[in-house]
Design a protein around this ligand. Structure first.
Ligand code: ATP
Ligand code: MG
Length: 473
């Protein structure tokens, strides 16, 4: 039975082998080209120590794939034939984590290496990410250990099932993954339909990895998705959110979203986001936000999920605030209500966790304060604990034509000059601001609400001013 499965998995070339279908193809250094120096010291040490203790140990999964593609791996995982307890016994600084899927975290300074024991496939959805979902009765079955070959075929795609032995400098391939990487294609291990049914998140992983790596999706791997995409609605929201975050923070978010679209998965995972990216008024800003996020990640700079969500949902939030105001709500109340409603609405599909709400709102609320450039107010904003993020958000809006470029430049300059020059830059307290507060009527904008909020915060009053034509209408 297992042999039949493997034969199916391995395809013609391997099937023609007379015996030992479970023997991997072993690639020597001259064939795989991985340079040992590109592997983290911590991962090398982990493998070394396990070898010394008499176990087998390989770098596995995404890291091997990335190394073969001459990419910089995000993290390094190790697979071994030692049980979690045995691994724990080898490393003083280690701990066993997970209940459904037990792993060992081995710590070396700042770096943590995830060490998993070779496992066999099983019926329930099985990967590490779902460890916090349904745990009733599944605990033991998720920890069915197996051989190295079993461990290869329980993985999702052939490119993700490769093992690298740092000592022999060999890549072990049970599933023809090296060739699929060379051909730049995402190929499911085993019967794609069955594997998606087992774990529908694999559909999203196919889109994400294809987008991130610039791979095509093998036709047989792609085919069942059209029919099975509805299964994603049974996946726990928290897990979808994790996957969504991985996608948005992959460094290739725009490409991944376009893959989701072509697979018809966008309406399930990202209905709200899809709307934002398509609506003419918000498309430019949200696309730019994703583009900048991609650039920052590719340049190894940090990105905060709250910033990204604040950017993606800024226009819908402002539009909602205007609607509420048109129905008679006072600007400040409309703004707060709109923020809550927007976050609540996303939560239904995207499951953005509540813990991010505070930071998202903070960014939204700070926006109108950039227009107030008197000494007192500017200084107060400069000392905002998250000033940098709020400023970046304003600059991004200015770039998208949604806020004043002149004001953005003013703030940029303010941060780079000395105190004397700053004094000369501040606007007078009762100059532009008072005029703005008196101006009434005409087009009400999203910014009007944030203006109201900051006036209220700064002055301790609930202002009903409606100003600022630069913000989204
Ligand atoms: P990334 O570079 O984005 O982290 P990755 O392939 O390393 O990509 P992880 O989520 O870190 O993705 O998973 C590590 C490995 O675990 C994968 O390479 C794959 O072998 C296996 N894996 C992850 N998710 C699944 C799944 N849903 N089904 C089967 N195997 C999975
Ligand atoms: Mg990984």
């Amino acid at each position: 039975m297992i042999k039949r499965f493997i034969d199916k998995v391995l395809g013609k070339r391997r099937r023609s082998k007379p015996a030992g279908a479970r023997e991997p193809v072993r690639y020597a250094k001259r064939d795989h080209g991985i340079d040992r120096r590109d592997i983290s010291h911590a991962a090398l040490r982990t493998c070394e120590e396990l070898h010394r203790a008499g176990f087998r140990a390989f770098v596995v999964g995404g890291a091997v794939r990335d190394l073969l593609l001459a990419r910089h791996p995000k993290d390094f995982d190790v697979a071994t034939d030692a049980t979690p307890e045995q691994v724990r016994g080898v490393f003083r600084r280690s701990r066993i984590i997970g209940r459904r899927f037990r792993l060992v975290h081995v710590m070396f300074g700042q770096e943590t290496i995830e060490v998993s024991t070779f496992r066999a496939a099983h019926n329930a959805s099985s990967d590490e990410d779902s460890a916090n979902t349904d745990e009733h009765g599944r605990l033991l079955r998720d920890n069915v250990y197996g051989s190295q070959a079993d461990d290869a075929i329980r993985r999702d795609f052939t490119m993700n099932a490769l093992f690298y032995d740092p000592e022999a400098e060999e890549v072990w391939d049970y599933v023809d993954g090296v060739n699929d990487i060379r051909k730049k294609r995402v190929v499911m291990i085993g019967d794609p339909e069955a594997r998606y049914r087992e774990d529908p998140v694999r559909m999203l992983r196919a889109a994400r990895l294809a987008g991130k790596l610039g791979f095509s999706i093998d036709p047989a791997t792609e085919k069942p998705i059209a029919e099975l995409r509805g299964l994603l609605s049974n996946v726990p929201e928290a897990r979808l959110f994790d996957e969504m975050l991985k996608l948005l923070l992959s460094g290739h978010a725009l490409e991944c979203i376009s893959r989701l679209r072509s697979l018809g998965l966008h309406t399930i995972l990202l209905p709200a986001l899809d709307e934002v990216l398509r609506a003419p008024e918000s498309a430019k800003f949200s696309t730019l936000a994703l583009q900048r996020t991609d650039e920052r990640i590719q340049a190894d700079k940090g990105v905060s999920p709250a910033f990204l969500f604040a950017a993606l949902f800024w226009f819908p939030m402002c539009a909602r605030a205007r609607e509420l105001e048109a129905k008679g709500a006072r600007p400040l109340a409309a703004l707060h209500e709109a923020m809550d409603q927007t976050l609540e609405r996303q939560r239904k599909t995207l499951a953005i966790p509540r813990r991010l709400d505070g930071n998202v709102k903070e960014l939204w609320l700070a926006q109108s304060r950039f227009e107030q450039r008197s000494k007192a107010k500017a200084m107060r904003l400069l000392t905002h604990p998250r000033f940098r993020a709020c400023y970046d958000f304003y600059v991004l809006r200015a770039e998208a034509g949604d806020a004043s470029v002149e004001i953005a430049e003013w703030w940029t300059a303010l941060q780079s000059v000395d105190d004397d020059a700053r004094e000369a830059m501040y606007l007078s307290d009762d100059g532009p601001k008072k005029k703005r507060r008196r101006k009434r009527g005409g087009k009400t904008s999203g910014g009007a609400h944030t203006d109201a909020a900051s006036d209220a915060r700064d002055d301790g009053v609930d202002s009903d001013s409606s100003t600022n034509g630069q913000l989204p209408t």
